[in-house]
Design a protein around this ligand. Structure first.
Ligand SMILES: C[S@@+](CC[C@H](N)C(=O)[O-])C[C@H]1O[C@@H](n2cnc3c(N)ncnc32)[C@H](O)[C@@H]1O
Length: 383
């Protein structure tokens, strides 16, 4: 591949456009349990399987995903008998992952389902909710959501409470007028199915998925934390890292989930998301002064540098790491995140083995003026 951009001559760059779909969440939509929550920023189980093969990971080994999102790496590891730890700064992501990787007593879930669905409806006041949340549902749907939410709160076992909360969250999404368009929430009026019907169907499907799951008994865990400071993880512990950090100029995840946060994470403060990668463009150290990068790109690369140092610290010698990243598009330039991250990684001590370009998107300004092409790549490296 001919590429005259900064640093491109230093690394081996391959093209594998056939892998483009694997670094998206789309293939997961059909995979049981992986599809318990649609996480737009996620990659697929098939991608993790491919990386397990590329990185030659063996069954008793430990894998880390420091930006685990909805837990694709962890759940795949659980399915195929690898040990894995995930970290994410978002309480929603950690919650979703936890519910997906948990071991359940199915009979207990069935008992609670029977109880919840036999309760007589009670009306709860929707007045205190934000205008956005009120606009996102019909009054009936919203009242149903609040009713079931209160019923779920009465469940003592946190595992089972979380299971039903995720089911209700998905049911709420199904009947909602709101949808996520990039980083904004938009509304679309549509006829809605009664929430109770959707909720029952979703719980039934989730129970069915669990019944069919066949796990190999590995160790899986997830932490709420910051990939730049993983003090809770030991040095030289992991045999492999499979991950995908937030993409440069696509880091406003949290706002699109604000309805979920309001309804299902009552004590959550948006403030706690300051640990998000790239969200603090002030006081940054410019790691590439010669490139004259936009401030947000400088902040992003500095945060990624801190995360890479931590990843390096917790990896064993010779352990392998694969990271999916995308270039960042700005009005006057494309920032080659894959190459710059590879450079940072080498400064830290990693040996970059391959950069595999899997996608290339045309980037436009105001949806008309073409800025250039931004690629999505897998960076494979070794400690
Ligand atoms: C591209 S998504 C990962 C998706 C994941 N591969 C999946 O399949 O669901 C990036 C994740 O990084 C998380 N994140 C952002 N800043 C972080 C930080 N400082 N430490 C850990 N996680 C962070 C976001 O919450 C998001 O879930």
């Amino acid at each position: 591949m001919q590429d005259k951009r900064e640093g491109s001559l230093l690394f081996k760059i391959e093209e594998r456009r056939d892998l483009g779909n694997l670094v998206t969440f789309i293939p997961n939509k059909k995979v049981p349990i992986h599809n318990w929550f649609y996480f737009k920023e996620g990659f697929s189980r098939d991608f993790v399987l491919l990386m397990l093969d590329w990185l030659k990971i063996k069954n008793n080994e430990w894998i880390l995903d420091p930006f685990c999102g909805s837990g694709t790496t962890l759940l795949t590891s659980k399915e195929f008998g690898f040990n894995a730890i995930g970290v994410d700064a978002s309480p929603l992501a950690v919650f979703v992952t936890q519910v997906k990787i948990e071991d359940y007593d199915l009979e207990k879930i069935r008992e609670h389902a029977r109880e919840i669905f036999s309760k007589k409806f009670e009306r709860y006041d929707t007045e205190g909710l934000s205008p956005l949340t009120k606009r996102a549902f019909s009054r009936y749907s919203l009242e149903d959501i609040l009713f079931f939410k209160e019923e779920i709160k009465k469940i003592n076992d946190p595992k089972i409470r979380n299971f039903f909360t995720l089911a209700l969250m998905n049911s709420a999404n199904k009947v909602s007028y709101a949808y996520k368009d990039g980083s904004v929430i938009k509304m679309r009026e549509k006829p809605t199915i009664p929430l109770k019907k959707v909720f029952k169907r979703i719980v039934k499907r989730m129970i069915h998925d669990l019944k069919r799951a066949n796990y190999k008994g590995s160790n899986i865990g997830v932490y709420l934390g910051d990939a730049r400071r993983m003090d809770f993880l030991q040095d030289n512990y992991f045999d492999a890292v499979i991950t995908s950090p937030p993409y440069l100029n696509k880091i406003e995840y949290t706002k699109v989930y604000s309805i979920e946060y309001e309804l299902f994470f009552e004590n959550f403060k948006f403030d706690s998301l300051r640990s998000y990668i790239g969200l603090n463009p002030k006081h940054v150290k410019d790691l590439f002064p010669e490139l004259n990068l936009p401030d947000v790109a400088k902040a992003y690369l500095q945060d990624m540098n801190d995360a890479l140092k931590e990843i390096y610290r917790v990896m064993k010698d010779d352990a392998k790491c694969s990271i999916v990243v995308a270039e960042g598009a700005f009005p006057d330039k494309i920032v080659p995140v894959d190459l710059l991250m590879a450079k940072l990684a080498e400064r830290i001590g990693f040996k970059v083995e391959r950069i595999v370009v899997v996608n290339e998107r045309v980037v436009t300004r105001d949806r008309t003026f073409k800025i250039g092409k931004a690629r999505e790549s897998i960076v494979v490296m070794k400690k």
